[in-house]
Design a protein around this ligand. Structure first.
Ligand code: F6P
Length: 365
């Protein structure tokens, strides 16, 4: 039986925010309205708004002027999984499948399809909605650039530019005070931001989760630089970097969250250890959410616009259950479920690691 023509769609942004989300929303709405004459609805705060029935019409005017605006006009959340939603049953917290209610909230408005813009967690639930019969299209986002199946995600370019600018600024103060300056960037399981910003900012040492470090090697490197008359060093460290045989620094573990681990603090730990080993003055800065904020870079605006447009084109040619990706430099798509639980880490033979080593950058090994 031929599928009914799509007339109304909903769009949502899930997970941690990221520069370029608004550019995707804009491209989805404008393509839907301009090219296909569709009605578009915006779901507030990711799956939370879908569960709580906070879904409002999204018009052409609502998305005018948002291309260059960071964050997401729809809001986002990374705490609500419709298939395991935390509720209180008396005094006990239990997890309930509220996905049927989500489908009712869409169908009562006549919504035929949902565009989910998010990371791995968002896509796992999106794929589960497809199994329940909903037409879904996924658009990948994360500043960490670690979503499996796509060469690049929008938001990464902005984040690594922000991190590079921070390293540039830290250079001058590190140099003035003859200090070792550690700059901590995001990247839980993949060191893309640390690697790119570290190379672009000329960091002396780059520490990423994929290459467990040895503290002594970092200390030897910094002392050798100091002996050569280079009286300061910059170390760019991913939040998920860990010592050989050791563990990541977990800042806290959230209760009742589908995404419970929060990292942060490795730079401060390393600064103390390094000061002890080298006798040098060491300082640490954690860039944190600054990397997720602000105006998206021109590259991310263009990529996000392409992703949003492509998602709409796939949807209108009868495709569903696809995640828009860039593969070998070209727009493409893969089945939504394929990304589940998979992370795109930095391969040890990545050409940028080789180039960094050639210009004298250490990796703590
Ligand atoms: O989007 C991924 C990420 O930026 C991680 O690098 C970081 O650990 C995490 O989000 C922090 O998320 P939040 O503080 O929003 O829970």
């Amino acid at each position: 039986m031929a599928k009914a023509k799509i007339k109304k769609i909903a769009v949502m942004t899930g997970g941690g925010d990221c520069p370029g989300l608004n550019a995707v929303i804009r491209a989805v709405v404008k393509t839907a309205v301009n090219y296909h004459g569709l009605e578009v609805w915006g779901i507030e705060d990711g799956y939370l708004g879908l569960i709580e029935d906070r879904i409002h019409p999204l018009n052409y005017n609502d998305v005018s002027g948002i291309l260059t605006v960071g964050g997401t006009i729809l809001g986002s959340s990374n705490t609500s999984n419709p298939f395991a939603y935390s509720i209180m049953l008396g005094k006990k917290q239990v997890q309930k499948d509220v996905s049927e209610q989500c489908l009712v909230n869409l169908s009562k408005r006549g919504i035929d399809a949902m565009i989910c813009i998010g990371g791995d967690g968002t896509m796992v639930s999106a794929a589960a909605f497809v199994k329940k019969g909903l037409t879904v299209m996924g658009v990948p986002k994360t500043i960490d650039n670690d979503l499996w199946g796509t060469d690049i995600t929008f938001g990464f370019n902005t984040a690594m530019t922000t991190a590079t600018e921070a390293i540039d600024k830290l250079h001058t103060t590190a140099s003035s005070h003859h200090r070792v300056m550690l700059v901590e960037v995001m990247g839980r399981y993949a060191g893309w931001i640390a690697l790119y910003a570290g190379v672009a900012g000329g960091a002396d040492v780059i520490l990423i989760p994929e290459i467990p470090y040895e503290m002594k090697k970092i200390a030897d490197y910094v002392i050798a630089r100091s002996k050569k008359g280079r009286r300061f060093s910059i170390i760019c460290v991913a939040e998920g970097a860990k010592p050989k045989g050791g563990k990541m620094v977990v800042a806290k573990t959230l209760k009742d969250s589908p995404d419970p681990i929060r990292l942060g603090g490795i730079s401060f730990l390393l600064a103390d250890q390094l000061a002890g080993l080298t006798g040098l003055s060491c300082r640490a800065v954690n860039l944190g959410h600054i990397q997720r904020g602000g105006v998206p870079s021109p590259f991310d605006r263009a990529l996000a616009t392409q992703f949003g447009h492509h998602a709409m084109e796939l949807l209108m040619t009868g495709k569903t259950n696809r995640l828009v990706v860039i593969k070998d430099g070209k727009l493409n798509s893969i089945p939504l479920g394929q990304t589940a639980g998979r992370i795109k880490t930095v391969p040890k033979n990545h050409p940028l690691i080789a180039a960094a080593e050639a210009v004298g950058t250490g990796f703590g090994i």
